[in-house]
Design a protein around this ligand. Structure first.
Ligand code: SF4
Ligand code: SF4
Length: 393
């Protein structure tokens, strides 16, 4: 395993962290397969991983309890343990500690190495300031319940910079991969935090698994690549090539993935990719971008829509269809559930494309300048009129 200094924290942290949000499951997403999962977590730790990241909300609030079990038998002390405060549930100052106590109990530990405000954006950031939650975090630190605190982030670069400048954070966690160099915190945000000595942890290195998906064209590209690597390895090495990155979190779902990611981590080095490597990654980026129907970055600035359309989720689903070139059954039923009150859709929410009345109120809110009503009409045609997705690419 390779390790990097976590700047201000003075830790040697494994470049690969275990992200507990895509664990193996049985019947449903909240039914974690403990036997397989525990094997994976402990294999990772036995092979040098020393950073484990979870959150209140992962696996429908079941991930923390799982990690509590996985870290029994002295594994807890071998890792830096991180979880996140569910900001959206906090209504009062005292709620911060109230939820932390439940989380510590679930995780079967007395303290966290790092506690993060979860998924900050402009709205959550405002709430943190209104409820004075940074002071709350400082108090938790004084009490010894947490050792460090920071935030995970899903907003715009400007908000990221504002948050970074507002406090001397112990750590920031951002979404970053070779498709998202200009999305959310962006590569500028990564470099900015680095220049301020704030350790950066990366999430979504494979963009929710998209950058691991292959097909014949990609296999051909790999055959002619400047060096022999898998798609996953290219994606991970791209991130580790940045010296500002401390840890890359991978949400692994099988022991095989754990082993492959550890192999990649063992071969990582900052500034090690050649010009040809970087050109090849640019080609991969161009290829993936072409397979994305709507360049929605899921920033959610456009919602709530006054007519109840869940705009980003509709775009997420049509992008799934664009990638595979067809509407897979699970994607169709996911869409169908978006107006089915008997189904739990907390995950992704309700609000089908057919609710759009084309009022245009959302247009000026979209930083990507997407023609939202027209793209929603395409979603409706594909999912409700069975028009082939290929007609829209
Ligand atoms: S154009 Fe459609 S999606 Fe946009 S605000 Fe109006 S109804 Fe909602
Ligand atoms: S449609 Fe635009 S504003 Fe809405 S989530 Fe996507 S990128 Fe953001």
């Amino acid at each position: 395993m390779k390790y990097r200094k976590m700047k201000t924290l003075d830790w040697d942290v494994s470049v690969l962290g275990f992200g507990a949000m895509r664990l193996p499951t049985k019947k449903s997403w909240d039914d974690i397969d403990y036997e397989k999962g525990i094997k994976m977590v402990r294999y990772a730790i036995d092979n040098g991983v020393n950073y484990v990241d979870t959150a209140w909300s992962y696996h429908v609030e079941k991930s923390e309890a799982f990690i509590g079990e996985a870290l029994k038998d002295d594994y807890r002390e071998k890792v830096k343990l991180v979880t996140k405060s569910p900001i959206w549930l906090l209504e009062h100052y005292d709620d911060l500690e109230k939820y932390l106590d439940i989380q510590l109990n679930n995780l079967q530990t007395n303290y966290l190495d790092i506690y993060l405000f979860h998924a900050l954006n402009q709205d959550n950031w405002k709430k943190i300031k209104e409820l004075d939650l940074i002071k709350g975090m400082e108090e938790l630190k004084t009490k010894g319940k947490i050792k460090n605190f920071g935030f995970s982030f899903h907003g715009s670069y400007d908000t990221f910079k504002e948050i970074i400048d507002s406090y001397s954070w112990d750590l920031a966690q951002i979404q970053f991969n070779y498709l998202d160099v200009d999305y959310q915190a962006t590569i500028e945000g990564l470099n900015y935090a680095y220049s301020k000595n704030i350790p950066i942890v990366i999430m979504e290195p494979l963009r929710g698994g998209k950058l691991a998906e292959s097909n014949e064209e990609l296999e051909k590209m790999l055959e002619n690549a400047p060096s022999k690597k898998t798609l996953v390895d290219w994606a991970l090495q791209f991130i580790w090539n940045h010296p500002g990155v401390s840890v890359v979190l991978s949400g692994m779902s099988s022991l095989q993935q754990v082993k492959e990611n550890i192999d990649s981590a063992n071969n990582s080095e900052p500034n090690s990719l050649t010009e040809d490597d970087l050109k090849f990654i640019n080609n991969l980026r161009d290829y993936y971008k072409k397979k994305i129907k709507v360049h929605c970055t899921n920033c959610k600035y456009c919602i709530p829509c006054p007519h109840g359309v869940n705009i980003p989720e509709n775009f997420n689903l049509i992008n799934h269809a664009a990638w595979t070139g067809t509407v897979e059954d699970w994607v169709q039923s996911w869409y169908d559930e978006m107006d089915d009150d008997s189904k739990e859709t907390d995950w992704h929410g309700k609000g089908k494309s057919n609710l759009c009345i084309k009022c245009g109120e959302c247009l000026e809110k979209c930083p990507q300048n997407i023609d939202i009503p027209s793209q929603l009409e395409d979603v409706r045609l594909v999912f409700e009129e069975e028009k082939p997705i290929k007609d829209f690419l």
